[in-house]
Design a protein around this ligand. Structure first.
Ligand code: HEC
Ligand code: HEC
Ligand code: HEC
Ligand code: HEC
Ligand code: HEC
Ligand code: HEC
Ligand code: HEC
Ligand code: HEC
Length: 248
């Protein structure tokens, strides 16, 4: 046994001693120096809760407004803005709820506020209603025509671009620029008032594109392909996005 310890090189012994000292220091610090809160999860939870609970409550929450206001929640309930919280437009309103006559919330009456959400922006999802504020009835506040609590357009939009601005812009620079949306999508008029319940058709067969592009069909100068051999295993729009033809 003695021989065994003698065989351990001196530098290894130093390392072992070093680690032993470190471990000891660690134990002492943990046991006697660290405050209890840093060791006990229950205490940590309590103090975090105390800290958060002490913060001032700023938002009253979506349910609270209806206690005193009837008209606006009722209007909003079935309108396009049903998923917006009152306070996303009127700002944090707990102070108003505590003291309704002296503290009044602000109301965003200027055009630029609505534009935060409705400005044209290509990253917004398909069909999200977007406008170009420079051309969409400029100079008048939005709320002269749209009730903020039920922003139904005063008349049904004429163009698909009102809600599909991104596709319209993409198509405008493609080979299909001159083809109306409705050539490829038969669109019931109701789609413009209930876009999510009544949807237009979409081409579902390659023959649809073949009407114009199959060899032998189409007019003079129309680019045509042999339908039997050109990408025959796929539908055309797996390779050619129909609103954006340019690359291939
Ligand atoms: C305890 C009742 C009460 C609650 C709850 C309440 N309000 Fe009010 N609110 C009032 C009263 C009273 C007025 C003042 C009406 C007046 O002066 O004609 C008012 C006025 C307003 C106004 C108009 C301000 C102005 O300048 O004329 C807005 C906007 C408003 N409230 C928004 C809200 C929102 C948003 C909530 C929910 C977070 C809310 N209120 C919750 C009682 C309440
Ligand atoms: C999309 C933004 C938006 C949302 C969401 C919204 N409001 Fe408003 N609200 C406005 C604007 C803008 C005005 C000012 C209208 C005006 O002056 O014609 C207003 C006005 C008001 C007024 C004053 C009405 C008056 O006749 O003076 C009250 C009260 C009010 N809102 C309450 C609410 C309540 C309650 C909710 C939630 C159910 C809510 N609002 C949701 C934008 C909004
Ligand atoms: C926080 C984002 C947000 C703000 C701010 C906002 N809206 Fe909206 N708006 C929406 C959403 C979400 C819809 C519903 C879209 C849908 O149904 O796909 C909508 C729908 C609409 C529509 C109906 C579109 C249609 O499909 O016919 C109009 C008009 C409209 N808003 C006008 C306004 C006006 C005016 C204001 C300013 C008072 C405003 N919005 C502020 C998010 C917002
Ligand atoms: C002079 C009246 C008027 C004003 C001001 C106005 N709009 Fe409109 N808005 C309309 C009409 C009418 C439509 C229906 C489509 C069309 O004919 O352009 C519409 C359509 C929309 C749409 C498309 C939704 C849909 O269903 O087609 C949105 C979003 C919209 N408006 C938001 C706004 C915003 C945001 C503002 C302020 C920056 C604003 N509007 C100012 C009259 C107005
Ligand atoms: C009032 C706004 C609005 C107008 C105007 C509008 N759309 Fe839409 N459209 C939408 C919305 C929102 C969706 C998304 C529906 C969904 O995903 O549930 C949609 C979806 C579509 C789809 C996809 C349907 C599917 O099954 O995937 C097509 C195609 C379409 N619209 C074509 C058109 C054409 C063509 C026009 C013009 C003739 C038009 N839309 C006008 C809002 C509108
Ligand atoms: C040459 C035919 C053609 C034209 C013109 C056309 N589309 Fe399409 N569109 C298609 C095809 C094909 C699809 C299906 C793509 C898919 O399933 O991947 C489609 C899909 C869509 C979709 C579903 C979502 C998406 O982005 O794929 C919408 C919304 C849509 N089109 C709207 C429009 C609008 C608005 C216009 C006019 C500005 C238009 N389309 C013009 C052929 C066309
Ligand atoms: C109503 C007739 C029509 C329909 C339907 C149609 N296209 Fe086209 N397509 C055209 C016209 C017109 C051009 C532009 C020709 C030109 O000016 O060079 C074109 C151009 C193209 C080009 C570009 C060819 C080139 O020269 O590089 C492709 C790719 C294409 N279409 C694919 C499709 C696909 C995929 C579909 C089905 C979703 C489709 N087209 C449906 C009429 C049509
Ligand atoms: C597997 C991918 C793929 C599929 C599926 C596909 N294409 Fe193409 N297409 C291409 C490529 C790559 C080119 C460019 C090279 C070429 O001319 O072969 C092209 C070229 C074209 C051209 C231009 C030809 C010219 O002479 O300028 C047209 C028009 C066209 N395709 C229409 C279609 C139609 C219509 C369909 C559906 C019936 C379709 N494509 C399916 C990949 C595809």
């Amino acid at each position: 046994m003695k021989d065994f310890f003698k065989k351990i090189p001196e530098q290894a012994v130093r390392i072992i001693v070093l680690f032993a000292v470190l471990a000891l220091v660690l134990l002492v610090v943990r046991q006697f120096i660290l405050p209890l809160e840093l060791k006990d999860p229950a205490l940590q939870k309590n103090s975090a809760m105390e800290r958060e609970a002490a913060k001032e409550v700023k938002y009253a929450g979506a349910q609270s407004c209806g206690q005193c206001h009837e008209k606006e929640p009722e209007m909003k309930k079935s309108g396009y803005h049903r998923d917006l919280s009152c306070e996303s437009c009127h700002g944090a309103a707990q102070k108003h709820v505590d003291n309704p006559t002296d503290v009044k919330p602000t109301s965003p009456k200027k055009r630029d506020y609505c534009s935060y959400c409705h400005n044209y922006n290509s990253s917004r999802p398909t069909g999200f209603p977007q406008i170009n504020p420079d051309t969409h009835n400029p100079r008048k506040p939005c709320i002269t025509c749209h009730n903020p609590h039920n922003p139904k357009p005063p008349k049904t939009p004429r163009s698909c671009a009102a809600c599909h601005a991104e596709i319209e812009r993409t198509k405008a620079t493609s080979y299909h620029a001159l083809i109306e949306c409705t050539v490829c999508h038969s669109t019931p008029e109701k789609h413009k008032t209930s876009p999510r319940t009544v949807t237009p058709t979409k081409p579902d067969k390659r023959e649809f594109c073949g009407k114009c592009h199959a060899k032998g069909s189409g007019g003079k100068g129309m680019p045509t392909v042999d339908m039997a051999t050109h990408g025959e295993k796929y539908v055309c729009w797996q390779c050619h996005y129909p609103h954006m033809l340019g690359g291939i």
